[in-house]
Design a protein around this ligand. Sequence first.
Ligand code: A2R
Length: 312
Amino acid sequence: MGLRVFISGATGFVGKHLISFLASFDYTVFGTSFPEKPESGEDENIFYLDIRSEEEVFKAVKRIQPDWIFHLAAVSNVRHSWEKRKETLETNLMGTFYLFEAARKFTPQARILFVSSSDVCGVLSPIEEALSEDDSTPVVSPYAFTKVNGEILSKFYAQVEELDIVVARSFPHTGPGQSPDFVCSDWACQIAQIEKGKTEPVIKVGNIEVKRDFLDVRDVVRAYALLMQQGKSGEVYNVCSGRAVSLSEILDLFLSLSSQEIEAQVDSQKLRKADIPLLLGDNKKIKQETSWEPQIPLKQSLIDLLDYWRQN
Ligand code: A2R
């Protein structure tokens, strides 16, 4: 009998890729859907759950008795976290607390992967070096606040309550299926609309000088599965490529993938209240402790993302 796997936030961007990846193993996978209730006839192991409800979280964990819990459910967008501060704290922080409490009460042996974010390393002045797991600096958004505290909560439950919790500190990732609320997907979606003649050939951009360390989502879910198998409890692992590219380089790559003449224009709505100039991660630790290596080059991720929007 294979492992019982529970994924919170399973119908989100990463959750869908994680489910596809796990499908080749002999696991029984359960997952939560939000905000939509799954339609009848869909996978019966995918069920509606609001992670802000302690009662629902307790019921689900007690019923499923998971061996592994991938905790992905979150308000995942930094801009939305400014607009929906209370929802962000309730979902990301209290939701995580309910899940850890549920594990403590009903499945204390379960292995949990808490997905954090490179935004915990938020810095407001440029730094030129790759960030190690020990670097952390001022909190730059409500979203970052919840992930900083999610990491602290994870360590507390691992060290004091002896739960088995590994933290993936994920740097930006992209790929087919991502919401257009994230920069690469936003641009791919705009290009697909321009190509269909739906909008004028102008792409709206924010601050394209910032540099980011991007991974393909399919490399990210492989990293999560390997951390589940080989990560150490109470430890944080950067999930990143180890290479930073400026958004202007990504824009140029996208523009080279289209046969249309497209002009880029700065849209003040897309500028962030506090932007981190450089996010570059050091991935030595995950590479040394698991056999993970990123496999998909950024250009391929952008090609697949653009194709996704051309078809949708
Ligand atoms: O925001 P929605 O409507 O797309 O729903 C998201 C869901 N979610 C919730 N699930 C249960 N109860 C809630 N109160 C609740 N609020 C939001 O979690 C979505 O379906 C899922 C998260 O997936 P995405 O927003 O697509 O994010 P992604 O990129 O898959 O990120 C997964 C994890 C998150 O913890 C991020 O903070 C981290 O990786 O980067």
